[in-house]
Design a protein around this ligand. Structure first.
Ligand SMILES: C[S@@+](CC[C@H](N)C(=O)[O-])C[C@H]1O[C@@H](n2cnc3c(N)ncnc32)[C@H](O)[C@@H]1O
Length: 223
């Protein structure tokens, strides 16, 4: 089930319908220069996002509503939101500009490319992975973002003592995540209670509506 991150030929997302609304497009046109992140080469996120105390990467921020809530609640924590879904990027740009969220930057593209090609070692304080696509069919498991290579990349880009926080409403995917992390002594932790500060995401709400159980996994990175 190995995935080649050097080529990234297997993507972890599905191309969803991406009809961008007029508001999302206008947010993109007006606010990308201020809140967009389009690095050439390695980007120094700590300098870019100073005076934030921490810099966290959110992989797959979806429609961005919870990203905006978390950024507003904790201005000292900067969030770099990586997303490929154009309407979601537009929506988060709109939240960021309306609320003047100085601690948010938005990357339009694959978070794995961002980490691999544009972030230095130890440049992040943590990674948030909330409700990644579960790819439930066996033949699609290779598209799941959480695997050994993902842990290697996270380990490299997150500083010692930093974290990986994942949440999923797909019980079998939670077990899958644990099976990788529990084999890796560099990741210490496991299931935690749902933190109060993590707002309910759109996909989480949909999962709960279907009777799914949500699992939060939190690992400290040991170097
Ligand atoms: C199921 S949705 C969850 C969105 C959001 N976190 C939530 O809980 O509402 C997963 C999101 O991750 C995005 N995604 C998947 N793989 C990605 C990757 N490699 N880089 C950036 N975004 C990715 C998808 O486009 C999608 O919007």
């Amino acid at each position: 089930m190995a995935r080649d991150f050097t080529q990234n030929s297997i993507r972890t997302y599905k191309r969803r319908g991406s009809r961008v609304t007029a508001n999302q497009q206008s947010a993109r046109d007006l606010h990308w220069n201020r809140w967009g992140l389009a690095p050439e080469g390695i980007v120094d996120l700590r300098a870019l996002l100073a005076p934030a105390r921490e810099v966290v990467l959110e992989v797959g921020s979806g429609m961005g509503e919870t990203t905006a809530l978390m950024a507003a609640a904790s201005p000292e924590i900067a969030i770099v939101a990586a997303e490929v879904h154009k309407p979601g990027i537009g929506a988060l740009l709109a939240y960021a500009s309306t609320q003047n969220l100085m601690n948010v930057r938005i990357f339009d593209g694959d978070a794995l490319d961002l980490m691999r090609d544009h972030l230095a070692s130890d440049s992040l304080d943590g990674v948030r992975l909330y409700f990644p696509d579960p790819w439930p069919k066996f033949k699609h498991h290779k598209r799941r973002i959480f695997n050994e290579e993902f842990l290697n990349l996270v380990f490299s880009r997150v500083r010692a003592g930093g974290f990986l926080h994942a949440a999923t409403d797909w019980f079998e995917y939670a077990q899958w995540m644990q099976s990788f992390a529990s084999k890796d002594p560099r990741f210490v932790g496991g299931v935690i209670d749902r933190p109060d500060w993590r707002p309910l995401t759109k996909f989480e709400g949909q999962g709960l509506g279907k009777g799914h159980v949500v699992t939060d996994l939190y690992y400290e990175i040991m170097k």
